[in-house]
Design a protein around this ligand. Structure first.
Ligand SMILES: CC(C)(COP(=O)(O)OP(=O)(O)OC[C@H]1O[C@@H](n2cnc3c(N)ncnc32)[C@H](O)[C@@H]1OP(=O)(O)O)[C@@H](O)C(=O)NCCC(=O)NCCS
Length: 192
């Protein structure tokens, strides 16, 4: 979509992310993170936070963490007024592109079993690989299962970002380093 910019941000971008966070998640499930939760995760090695903007207006974000060669999409949200424009899909594509640069092999995530976002993830190539019964407690006390979804980097979306456009976040120096190793053959041997 025109005017959409996605970039990795550091601690100075937290306010923009929190404006989306506080409006995006259904308060009935208590799934939005607090600012201290977000800050402490961002301080962990291998974590990066991508912010989507339309012009200057924050529209969505994705938080990822890479450990060894597997990553987790920890948070994904789009502001209510910016939905169904492909922004979450573009953020997922960027997660995969950054993972490719870091020689990651697979992206995992957890999602409440009745979250409509599951449609988005299926469309993006994720498949259910596990179920955790009564994993989430809603604010009314009701328990909900979590689905674990996973997608190999090889078949994940791409945003066709150029290598120059894919920049490291400020805390990336403590995370995994890029190497020139080509991952595609290795991935193919692992998954097909
Ligand atoms: C889930 C969420 C991130 C989707 O963001 P989005 O930018 O609207 O998603 P996209 O526009 O990229 O959607 C791409 C496709 O995914 C599917 N999809 C997205 N949202 C959907 C919904 N609520 N219900 C059913 N299908 C959906 C559709 O197939 C959609 O294509 P279409 O618009 O052509 O029909 C957004 O609704 C949100 O922030 N929800 C609250 C936070 C949340 O639950 N995050 C995920 C769990 S951590």
């Amino acid at each position: 979509m025109s005017g959409l910019v996605i970039e990795e941000i550091g601690f100075d971008g937290i306010d923009a992310v929190m404006t989306v966070m506080n409006r995006a998640f259904d308060p009935g499930y208590g799934e939005a993170w607090t600012e201290p939760q977000l800050l402490s995760m961002m301080a962990m090695p291998g974590t990066w936070l991508s912010l989507a903007r339309i012009g200057d207006v924050p529209a969505g974000f994705a938080l990822n963490r890479l450990i060894a060669d597997e990553a987790e999409l920890l948070l994904l949200a789009v502001a209510p007024e910016s939905r169904r424009l492909g922004i979450a899909s573009a953020l997922i594509a960027r997660s995969f592109d950054l993972l490719r640069l870091r020689n990651g092999v697979r992206l995992h995530l957890e999602v409440r079993h009745n979250n409509p976002a599951i449609e988005l993830y299926k469309k993006a190539g994720f498949r259910a690989v596990g179920r955790r019964p009564a994993y989430y407690r809603a604010t009314d006390g009701q328990m909900h299962d979590a689905l674990t979804l996973s997608c190999p980097v090889l078949t994940g979306l791409t945003g066709h970002f150029s290598r120059n456009e894919l920049q490291f976040g400020p805390n990336e120096s403590r995370g995994p380093k890029l190497s020139g190793r080509r991952g595609a053959q290795r991935l193919a041997s692992l998954y097909f």
